[in-house]
Design a protein around this ligand. Structure first.
Ligand SMILES: N[C@@H](CCC(=O)N[C@@H](CS)C(=O)NCC(=O)O)C(=O)O
Length: 219
């Protein structure tokens, strides 16, 4: 088996995990327990000195960063059509993927791991509260994107085929539950994510990661 994915359950590594399941080529799934700090141990840092998941290894080559991994998997499995071929449609997907990865995702990190942004524990509550408000607004944007796709008759956020935006949307809405945001507050997105979760490849990745879709608990 030449392909190996390092993932953490429920983390952003879910995005390439679902793409690999969709591609259909056998791969090794290596779980990294980031809640136990395994990613800061010497064994994992020998793989990725930045201590993050996901990492894709193909034939001994190590690839990090979701945007790079998605681009690589798209070229390696062209039949899967993870990214549109038409230049403008592809730019639109990359535009949204970059936003998810460089804006929405780090906003959640401020909520989930505020210690990464300040070593002053006294401000962690403020960081969480402020970024939860920002995050809710970003889920509102995602809700609008899903509505536009529906109005245009597109079954997936990127077009006709399942791709990285769909898996990231699922992950980001799921994280919203951790942040105390009820998925029902974004009904179109919630319905979309529930449909995506039923795709066989996505369901396999969820089963391997033992993921529950709705993590929201009313206060
Ligand atoms: N920009 C990176 C983000 C990766 C990232 O934030 N990974 C998180 C999990 S969602 C992680 O490994 N966190 C562990 C840590 O930073 O301690 C990418 O696209 O791969």
């Amino acid at each position: 088996m030449t392909l190996k994915l390092y993932f953490a359950p429920g983390a952003c590594s879910f995005v390439p995990h679902t793409l690999l399941e969709t591609a259909g080529e056998p791969f090794e799934a290596a779980m990294v327990k980031i809640h136990k700090g395994e990613n800061y141990g010497p064994e994992y840092q020998a793989v990725n000195p930045r201590s993050q998941v996901p990492v894709l290894v193909d034939g001994g080559q190590v690839i990090t960063q979701i945007v790079a991994i998605v681009s690589y998997l798209n070229d390696r499995f062209p039949q899967a059509g993870f990214l549109p071929r038409e230049p403008l449609a592809r730019a639109r997907v990359l535009e949204t993927l970059a936003w998810m990865n460089n804006t929405v995702h780090p906003t959640f990190t401020h909520i989930f791991m505020p210690h990464k942004f300040s070593d002053n524990a006294a401000v962690h509550g403020d960081l969480k509260a402020y970024n939860t408000r920002l995050y809710r607004g970003m889920l509102d944007e995602l809700e609008a994107l899903v509505q536009v796709a529906g109005a245009q008759g597109r079954p997936y956020l990127g077009g006709e085929q399942f791709g990285p935006l769909d898996a990231y949307a699922l992950t980001l809405l799921r994280w919203g539950g951790i942040a105390g945001i009820d998925p029902e507050d974004h009904p179109a997105l919630w319905a979309f994510v529930q449909r995506i979760a039923q795709l066989p490849a996505v369901a396999r990745a969820m089963a391997r990661e033992r993921l529950q879709l709705n993590l929201y608990q009313a206060a």
